[in-house]
Design a protein around this ligand. Structure first.
Ligand SMILES: [Zn+2]
Length: 252
C-alpha cells in the first residue's frame, strides 16, 4: 500500500470541526467531480474552506486518493463533512444513524481528465479500504454517497457502471479473505471442469476405469462411457480415483 500523506487541515468551522466520531459504522465512497485534480489538490481545497468569508460552504473528507498518492486531511476518528444532507435513505439511517457524518469515514476518489477512475486509483482505494477495516476499526460496510443521501450522483463513474462498485467490494473482500477466495475458485471452477486431456491420457484413463469395471471394483458402466465420451470432470476423476484405489487396496 502507498504511504498515507498526513496533510491535516486546521480545525475550523467549515471543514474540520474537531469533533470525534460517535461510532465507526461504515465507509462512504465519493469522487471529486474535478477532472485531473490530484489528492493533494483536494486536501488543499478542504483546508482553504477555513478562509472563506461567510459563503457557508461546509465540505471535507478524511482521505483523497489518486493514481500515486493517498492524502489524509483529518484524523479518521473525527467528523468530516462529506455526506451531510437534509434527507437520507432508509438504509443509511438504519445502518449509519440519523446523521451519517457522525459514524463514517469518507474517501474521495480522484478522476482522470476524461472523468474516469484510473485502475491505479481503484487499486489504491482498495488498499486504503482494507487498511481502514483491518487497522482502523471500521466495519466492512460500504455506502456510496448516493446510497447515503439518495439524490447526489456520487461517485458518478460507479453510478454509471454499478459493476465497478461491485468489483471494488469484491476486491476488498478478496484481500481481507485471500484463502477463502482461493478455495472457492478451486472448488467451483476447476472441479466442475471437464478434463482437457490428450488422446493417450484418455486411453490410459479408459483402461484404468475399464479395468476397475471388469474387476467389479466399480459397477456402473456409466463411468466408462463418460471417459469414452471425454465428459469426465476433474472432480469426478478425483472421486473415482479415491474410490478405486481404496477398494483395490482392500481387495488385495
Ligand atoms: Zn460525494
Amino acid at each position: 500500500m502507498l504511504p498515507i500523506t498526513k496533510d491535516y487541515i486546521p480545525v475550523n468551522k467549515y471543514s474540520r470541526a474537531g469533533l470525534k466520531l460517535k461510532a465507526k459504522r461504515g465507509i462512504v465512497m465519493h469522487y471529486t467531480a474535478s477532472p485531473g485534480a490530484s489528492a493533494k489538490n483536494i486536501s488543499t481545497y478542504f483546508a482553504s474552506l477555513a478562509q472563506q468569508d461567510g459563503k457557508g460552504r461546509y465540505a471535507s473528507a478524511h482521505y483523497s486518493v489518486d493514481r500515486n498518492s493517498i492524502y489524509n486531511s483529518l484524523p479518521d476518528d473525527e467528523l468530516a463533512y462529506h455526506c451531510g444532507s437534509e434527507t437520507y435513505t432508509k438504509e443509511a439511517v438504519a445502518r449509519l444513524g440519523t446523521y451519517p457524518n457522525n459514524s463514517t469515514v469518507g474517501i474521495e476518489m480522484c478522476i482522470e481528465k476524461d472523468g474516469s477512475i484510473h485502475e491505479e486509483t481503484f487499486n489504491n482505494v482498495v488498499d486504503l479500504a482494507v487498511y481502514l477495516i483491518r487497522e482502523r476499526g471500521f466495519p466492512n460496510v460500504f455506502f456510496t454517497h448516493k446510497g447515503v443521501v439518495g439524490w447526489k450522483e456520487c461517485p458518478l463513474p460507479w453510478i454509471i457502471s454499478p459493476g465497478e462498485y461491485e468489483r471494488f467490494k469484491q476486491a476488498v473482500n478478496a484481500k481481507l479473505n485471500p484463502l477463502q477466495e482461493e478455495v472457492v475458485t478451486e472448488d467451483e471452477d476447476d472441479m466442475n471442469k471437464v478434463l482437457d486431456y490428450a488422446q493417450w491420457t484418455w486411453n490410459e484413463l479408459d483402461k484404468y476405469i475399464g479395468d476397475a469395471y471388469n474387476d467389479k471394483i466399480i459397477d456402473e458402466w456409466a463411468w466408462v462411457e463418460k471417459v469414452r465420451k471425454k465428459k469426465l470432470t476433474y472432480g469426478e476423476l478425483l472421486m473415482l480415483k479415491v474410490l478405486i484405489d481404496e477398494r483395490r487396496r482392500k481387495k488385495g
